[in-house]
Design a protein around this ligand. Structure first.
Ligand code: GLN
Length: 488
């Protein structure tokens, strides 16, 4: 079969279960596509032998009968998840060639569900970025227009799925890194409620914000994947929620009749590009046709999400990254005078500019004299942002708005400053700070025929409702089925 990469995860799983295709065939097909499209920059490490071994084991399980539903379906992982069989770099020189002695819980759960790992996907260094331009291992190109960015930090994941190099990928989202690249690449991605997915084995960026989630073509695929990857991991992640695994698929077909969709006025203020606004408006009109109602709401502290996030995230990053000292693992400078000199040189050589910038900001806001003024104040406003959502959810069942103010921008744009990227995170940061589940679904095309995503935000543990709303929209529209021509 030539067009295996046009299938969704669900369709691929069905073909496997009915033995119309083998996992090994799928693995070979995707490995060869990854190789053909190397120039996209999506994959960092492939270990074809490990992939083939897992695929053969999956085929045996299917032959024996009663194999779990996702058995044999290929997946690729963001290089933030540690893996035994593949190198893990987190996009950093610091971890060049690093091999973990264990698999991250999310990776292990998906493998237990029978999924076959294709390899590791490029990302911004330590997941810091919005364009995947901060990876030590090179930039990733957007499959819709290779002169543009795929979004970040899970840019490799989004590009791989959009280009049909993997039917699905894992991503992580600290301030938007699943939703924004999903939006830029025209795919579907969900960040669950903070604590749903175990952070064990995810290279830490900002621990109070980091969450793992699936990126795929459809909401139905995301439901299947999220069901397999979530669940309590209390012994290994102290922030893991004590909840049994949940199957998000049965609720997918619930009706949209009477669903109240909150539309925050702050998400449609100045700064939102007209093409994005038009696509979101049309999507909201489609929801009305399906029986949902628009409810005007307000999230008054939306703008504050940017300074709050860019204080809290760097503060946590500065302390998380202190472990990279050249002693325990990773890069160590070749020549040094003494211990302090070794630390200095190792960290100066191992970290890229954006990571250094954030370590400096983080240490500054945590330092004596500034801690109260910046860090504590940010924590207080973070709480208020979360309270604003609870106020809004008194009047609506979910919230809809843009993911990003514009479509994907041009790669290597010298006029873009780090601050431009920070500001472009405005619509994704609030849900991250509040720990709410949120997703991105493709709702059309804008400037340069680039994909536009719409964000859906739910209350705590309402992933099922989000996926249901996304699935119903995808049954009524076909934006999620569009593909970049050169990757057909
Ligand atoms: N763009 C944001 C940042 O640079 C979000 C990144 C993320 O979610 N990992 O921090």
């Amino acid at each position: 079969m030539q067009d295996l990469h046009l299938l969704t995860v669900r369709e691929t799983a069905d073909l496997l279960q009915t033995k119309q295709v083998s996992s090994l065939e799928l693995a070979e097909h995707y490995l060869s596509r990854a190789n053909t499209h190397k120039a996209l920059g999506a994959f960092l490490d492939c270990s074809p032998d490990a992939t083939r071994l897992a695929a053969k084991a999956a085929d045996q399980k299917i032959a024996m009968g009663n194999a779990p539903r996702l058995t044999g379906v290929p997946i690729a992982h963001k290089d933030i998840f540690v893996t035994k069989d593949f190198v893990t770099t987190a996009g950093s020189k610091m971890l060049k060639g690093y091999r973990s002695p264990f698999d991250a819980t999310v990776v292990a759960r998906l493998a237990d569900a029978g999924m076959v790992t294709l390899g590791k996907l490029n990302c911004d260094e330590f997941a810091m970025g919005s364009a995947n331009e901060n990876s030590f291992y090179g930039k990733v190109h957007n499959p819709w227009d290779t002169s543009r960015v795929p979004g970040g930090s899970s840019g490799g994941s989004a590009a791989a799925v959009a280009a049909g190099l993997a039917p699905a990928a894992t991503g992580t989202d600290t301030g938007g890194s699943i939703r924004q690249p999903a939006s830029f690449c025209g795919i579907t991605g969900i960040k669950p409620t903070y604590g749903r997915a175990s952070r064990y084995g995810m290279v830490a960026y900002a621990s109070s914000l980091d969450q793992a989630g699936p990126m795929a073509r459809t909401a139905e695929d995301c439901a299947l994947l999220l069901s397999a990857m979530c669940g309590a991991d209390l012994d290994r992640d102290s922030t893991s929620l004590d909840l049994p695994p949940e199957d998000f698929t049965p609720g997918l077909n619930d009706s949209m009749k009477g669903l109240r969709i909150g539309v925050p006025k702050e998400f449609f203020a100045d700064g939102l590009a007209d093409d994005v606004r038009a696509a979101i408006d049309a999507a909201l009109a489609e929801y009305e046709k399906l029986g949902a109602k628009r409810v005007p709401i307000s999230l008054p502290r939306t703008e504050l999400a940017i300074p709050v996030y860019y204080i809290i995230a760097p503060a946590e990053a500065a302390s998380n990254l202190s472990r990279f000292d050249g002693v325990k693992f990773g890069h160590r400078a070749a020549d040094y005078k003494d211990l302090a000199d070794m630390y200095k040189k190792t960290r100066a050589q191992g970290f890229g500019d954006e990571v250094k910038r954030r370590i400096m900001i983080g240490n500054y806001v945590l330092s004596h004299g500034y801690y109260d003024a910046y860090y504590l104040q940010a924590q207080r406003i973070r709480r208020m942002i979360a309270d604003d959502f609870q106020e809004a959810f008194n009047n609506c069942d979910l919230i809809a708005g843009p993911v990003a103010p514009s479509v994907a921008w041009t790669l290597g744009d010298k006029n873009r400053k780090p601050l431009d990227d920070y500001l472009a995170d405005i619509y994704t940061l609030p849900a991250s700070l509040a720990g709410l589940p949120a997703m991105s679904i493709p709702v059309g095309f804008g400037e340069g025929a680039m994909p536009v995503g719409m964000q859906l935000i739910g209350n705590y543990l309402q992933e099922g409702r989000l996926l249901n709303a996304a699935h119903q929209y995808q049954l009524a529209t076909d934006w999620h089925l569009q593909r970049p021509v050169i990757f057909k």
